[in-house]
Design a protein around this ligand. Structure first.
Ligand code: SAM
Length: 229
């Protein structure tokens, strides 16, 4: 994990205690290597969970972050944001993905770490809701748990016993690319995998049984970066 030079600056215990899945700062750091983030930009961190990623974005890039989440209380997030010393830059908001309280074309960039698959796999969400929040010419980027390739109409035998129905929201990079590209609303700048995605997932101490049973190496993390036309 030597490549995560920015994440290394943050306390490991703090990351572990506040992560809601695999280390979100590793995922975000890889995603950010494909983004242009300049001081003062307005960034939506969609599905920020406990706001670790929002704090990271503010500290590392000096951007203003709208830390949007549904399950986690914004009051709790504000506590963490204050403790991290970035309350001037990070604004915690509680809002459901289909009822976001933001003006259209408000954001200079939209990022989402380990969250977009919960609400964004249908064909309506991106064209009717999500892309509208980004300014023309800005980047929209996600990192999600995904697959190296789509299953061939059947779950692999190994993982079947521990597979949960909601995991069908996990898809390949090509699936995600087509999902957004076909709308004609964005150009895709990158659709691929996080390097050593499965190793990183294992090192995060999550979903160990599932990962162990993934004999055919399906599981990974998908990065998708688009630019609004
Ligand atoms: C697995 S957690 C990841 C949180 C954080 N990004 C992290 O990696 O620690 C998924 C997040 O997606 C958010 N989420 C799920 N469904 C949502 C929806 N319909 N609208 C807004 N946020 C949603 C939840 O609030 C949750 O915090």
């Amino acid at each position: 994990m030597d490549r995560f030079v920015r994440t290394k600056k943050y306390n490991e215990k703090w990351i572990k205690e506040n992560s809601m899945g695999p280390n979100p700062l590793w995922l975000l750091e890889d995603l950010c290597s494909k983004l242009k983030l300049d001081e003062g930009m307005r960034v939506l961190d969609m599905g920020c969970g406990k706001a670790l990623t929002s704090i990271f974005l503010a500290k590392e890039y000096g951007v203003n972050v709208w830390a949007n989440d549904l399950w986690i209380s914004p009051t709790d997030n504000l506590k963490r944001i204050k403790e991290a010393g970035v309350e001037e830059l990070v604004y915690p908001i509680k809002a459901e993905a289909h009822a976001l309280p933001y003006a259209e074309e408000f954001f200079d960039a939209i990022v989402s770490v380990d969250s977009y698959h919960y609400f964004g796999t249908d064909e309506i969400y991106f064209p009717w809701y999500y892309h509208k929040l980004a300014k023309k010419g800005s980047q929209i980027a996600i990192v999600v748990p995904g697959l190296t390739r789509e299953f061939e109409n059947k779950l692999p035998d190994g993982i079947q016993a521990v597979w949960e129905p909601e995991m069908y929201t996990w898809h390949s990079a090509d699936w995600w690319k087509y999902h957004w590209e076909k709308t004609g609303l964005v150009d895709i700048e990158f659709a691929g995998f996080i390097p050593d995605g499965k190793k990183l997932w294992i090192a995060s101490d999550c979903d160990q049984e599932l990962l162990k049973r993934d004999y055919e190496d399906y599981l990974t993390f998908v990065l998708l970066v688009a630019r609004k036309k």
